[in-house]
Design a binder for this molecule. Structure first.
Ligand code: VGL
Ligand code: ZN
Length: 203
């Protein structure tokens, strides 16, 4: 049991799994893998993508726009998504198969109606903190292992931000699945590698 490494379980929610609003191909497959993995960690943090209705990342918020198009916003380029993970909705719930009773914290992100937040650490304006860095530092955590959905968005951004906050970061590939829209998965692995994020197959 490694007490200075936190397992960060990203967005394993109904909307990202089969039948959900933004289903990640084979997303459900991560659930048993993550349940087994979590037994190795004394600190586990789960995240929940948690948006208000009419969130800026929803295509439906922008006249004439369709999901998976991109638009330019004040803070940079934004992919537009189907409405997903609306706060309090059934689709925003954690996957019912997750079995991690010893998880320490459930962190919600993406609540700001005008700023998306793929990362568990910083919103998409790259300056507004969620507070996760302080939480981990206060508990003596120096490394994070990441898993969940989706590899090329919320996992990748969280892993790179972990490095930004001085944490060692490893992505456990078999415990993740990707959206992979327009080459996003290859680009994400490249960016993570450049940021010093390791890719591993098991712990
Ligand atoms: C995610 C797209 C939009 C994710 C969240 O969890 O990877 N992707 N919101
Ligand atoms: Zn989202």
């Amino acid at each position: 049991m490694n007490r200075t490494t936190c397992l960060l379980v990203i967005d394993v929610q109904r909307d990202f799994c089969a039948g959900g609003a933004l289903a990640v191909p084979d997303g459900d497959a991560v659930v048993p893998v993550i349940n087994a993995l979590a037994r190795h960690y004394s600190t586990v943090v789960l995240t929940q993508d948690w948006h208000p209705p009419h969130h800026i990342s929803f295509a439906s918020t922008h006249d004439g726009r369709a999901p998976f198009e991109t638009i330019a916003l004040d803070y940079g380029e934004q992919v537009l998504w189907p409405d997903h993970c609306v706060m309090g909705s059934a689709g925003a719930a954690l996957h019912p198969g997750l079995d991690i009773p010893h998880a320490n914290l459930i962190l919600r992100k993406g609540l700001n109606i005008g700023i998306d937040s793929y990362s568990a650490f910083l919103e998409a304006d790259r300056t507004t903190p969620t507070g996760l860095d302080g939480y981990l530092a206060a508990r003596g955590i120096t490394a994070v292992d990441l898993c969940g959905l989706a590899t090329d968005f919320c996992v990748a951004w969280s892993a790179q931000d972990a490095r930004r906050f001085g944490l060692a970061a490893r992505v456990i590939a078999p415990a993740c699945r990707a959206i992979d829209s327009g080459g996003s998965l290859a680009a994400a692995w490249q960016a993570m590698s450049a940021a010093g994020v390791a890719q591993i197959g098991a712990v």
